[in-house]
Design a protein around this ligand. Structure first.
Ligand code: GTP
Ligand code: SPV
Ligand code: MN
Length: 607
């Protein structure tokens, strides 16, 4: 379809302005068809950016290797350009929107020369759902178009819903690498140098401008940019929640089901938990979403969640038939792999895939690579943030409700992160406000999901939203408190804190994690059902020693360590929050949270 055929005057005008600024050689409106997807893949294969995989082993799959500078989100190039700096808050980068637009307009000028501009109408959420939102991304990357086909709902049906004057979130994207006459990518992943990359959000005008990166959350603008940073602002204004949360359905042996969401920072286990295969006999877990949840109150006063996405952009390393068979089956076909290793017979391989590298590989940098198992210093064959983009409908454990436009009623929220010490396997908040306090203090060891951070150090990542909250985090805490006041607390989800990542003195994980996490989910389920045995402690309700069954290989003393409150560790935790975390929010810190801090401190001192 061409731009002239667009029926929505505002959209047409917006595209025409972008064309005038970015001067592409051609413009195309995407229709979301399989033929279009195949054509995008062909363009990237012809440009030597993609390698088709073995059709016998991975039908419909391709591998991309990105530029080594373009392998993850870039948090220090991500901006919340609100009119006032205070509205971006202490945890976001801010530039005055006028200044930022001026800088970026210069970068955008002529940036699509030699390329085609694709106009992608997409819906976050089932097309036409009350909770869904429409965005339109313009991009000069066929890789982005193909990924958006999998991750969102693209095309003509979205334009139908948009009609002649419907609302859409406008999203600009360019890789920032114009081509000279006759030049082609010819195997070089197009992107701009780090100091020219901008991932910008204008919360008042609800616009997204991204430049210079072709990677994941920087470039697939429906995901973190729209569904979290812009949506969090909409959610604040409209009284709902846009969260970095998986959504799962859990069914007990009696056939009763509940829905649970969980917020863990990037690369801390959302996809794995969402697709978990329970080791507990008779229990079943199914997936609704693996990264983002949008939640609104239903008429019955409960919170209902939808997954705004249509695919999974999951971390590849560590994914195996043992750790996550459902993900492995999802990615058997029609999947885009980015920065994994390539085998001689054109299949994929990565660290933690569950078997040794079969002979000579091509690593994510495009170099020959042979596994040297004795050598701990060997560089990995797959980038630690290598990803697969796979369609959710191919997931064997996808829940039948996953596209229900009304969403699913949520019984529990989990918060967690990677904490080698102090934080127990699970505890339950005493109340909504106590739960909000727990969400506000989430800490986690940094992972490879962001480029510019030091992997392994613990940082506070409130609600797992630190890189994704589109406004002042203090106001965001207040918004969570307000949601609690809006609802009848007995109907709101119960709030839990979990930690799969406790380590022993040898640095080994004490809890086996993955499918064994079902034991913790079962306790959460039982607590929501009013059964589940618990004791009250200074940090909340904790399971009695016999309330969670012990997995093989976990000793009684391990269990004790996982389920005992480390009073001294918690005192240090609270002191750190008092000295370093909460002061960042100044007057924006809700007084209810200071009161919770006082209260927990008092309880720990009396313990
Ligand atoms: P994003 O897509 O970045 O938001 O990540 P995510 O939260 O979905 O994380 P994911 O499930 O992809 O897991 C990231 C890494 O953590 C993988 O290498 C997993 O193998 C590992 N992991 C997931 N769950 C567990 C667990 O229960 N225990 C341990 N030890 N590791 C886990
Ligand atoms: C994350 O980093 O939380 C991701 C990957 O889910 S990205 O889409 O790049 O944000
Ligand atoms: Mn994520």
């Amino acid at each position: 379809m061409n731009v002239q055929e667009l029926k929505h005057a505002g959209l047409k005008k917006w595209v025409e302005e972008a064309v005038a600024l970015m001067t592409p050689d051609a413009v195309e409106v995407c229709d979301g068809t399989q033929a279009e997807y195949d054509r995008m893949i062909k363009i990237t294969v012809d440009g030597k950016l993609a390698t088709p995989l073995n059709p016998e082993k991975r039908p419909g799959c391709v591998l991309f290797r990105s530029d080594p500078s373009d392998v993850a989100r870039v948090e220090n190039r991500t901006y919340i350009a609100s009119e006032k700096e205070i509205d971006a808050g202490p945890t976001n980068n801010w530039i005055d929107p006028k200044e930022l637009k001026k800088t970026m307009k210069e970068l955008y000028t002529g940036c699509m020369k030699g390329r085609t501009m694709y106009v992608i109408p997409f819906s976050m959420g089932p097309v036409g759902s009350d909770i869904a939102k429409i965005g339109v991304e313009i991009t000069d990357s066929a890789y982005v178009v193909a990924n958006m086909h999998i991750m969102t709902r693209v095309g003509a049906k979205v334009l139908d819903v948009l009609g002649t004057d419907g609302y859409f979130v406008p999203c600009y994207h360019s890789v920032g690498k114009p081509l000279a006459q006759g030049e082609s990518d010819n195997g070089v992943w197009p992107c701009a140098p780090l100091d020219k990359k901008y991932i910008s959000h204008f919360p008042e005008t609800r616009e997204i401008w991204s430049y210079g990166s072709g990677y994941g959350g920087n470039a697939l603008l429906g995901k973190k940019c729209l569904a979290l940073r812009i949506a969090s602002v909409l959610a604040r204004d409209e009284g709902w929640l846009a969260e970095h949360m998986l959504i799962l359905k859990i069914t007990n042996p009696q056939g009763e089901s509940k829905f649970i969401t969980g917020a863990f920072p990037s690369a801390c286990g959302k996809t794995n938990l969402a697709m978990l295969v329970p080791t507990l006999p008779g229990w079943k877990v199914e997936t609704v979403g693996d990264d983002i949840a949008w939640m609104k109150f239903g008429k019955d006063g409960r919170l209902y969640a939808i997954n705004p996405e249509a695919g999974f952009f999951g971390v590849a390393p560590g994914t195996s038939m043992e750790s996550n068979p459902n993900a492995m089956h999802t990615i058997e076909k029609n999947t885009i792999f980015t920065n994994v290793a390539l085998t001689a017979d054109k299949d994929i391989w990565w660290e933690g895939i569950g078997y040794d590298a079969p002979g000579k590989l091509i690593d994510w940098n495009g170099n020959e690579w042979v596994q040297d198992k004795g050598n701990k210093e060997q560089k990995p064959a797959a980038h630690p943030n290598a990803r697969f983009t796979g369609p959710a409908k191919q997931c064997p454990c996808i829940a039948k409700e996953w596209e229900d436009p009304a969403g699913v009623p949520i019984s529990a929220f989990l918060f967690g992160g990677r904490r080698p010490k102090t934080i127990p396997l699970v505890n339950q908040a005493k109340s909504w406000i106590h739960g909000v306090f727990m969400g506000s203090i989430v800490g986690s060891e940094i992972t490879a999901a962001a480029l510019d951070l030091k992997v392994g150090t613990v940082r506070r990542d409130p609600f797992a939203m630190l890189p994704f909250c589109g406004y002042n985090m203090g106001d965001y805490f207040q918004h969570w408190i307000n949601i609690g006041k809006k609802g009848d607390e007995s109907k709101l989800p119960k709030i839990f804190f979990v930690n799969w990542f406790r380590k022993n003195a040898e640095g080994k994980f004490i809890w086996p994690g993955y499918g064994e996490n079902s034991r913790v989910l079962a306790w959460v389920f039982e607590r929501c059902a009013g059964t589940g045995k618990a004791v009250e402690t200074p940090i909340g309700f904790m399971p009695t020693m016999d309330a969670i069954s012990r997995p093989d290989g976990v000793t009684d003393s391990d269990m004790k360590e996982l389920l005992t409150v480390d009073i001294e560790g918690w005192k240090a935790e609270i002191a750190d929050i008092r000295a370093n975390h909460y002061p960042k929010f100044g007057d924006k810190l809700p007084k209810e949270l200071s009161a919770e801090l006082e209260a927990i401190e008092g309880r720990l001192n009396n313990a």
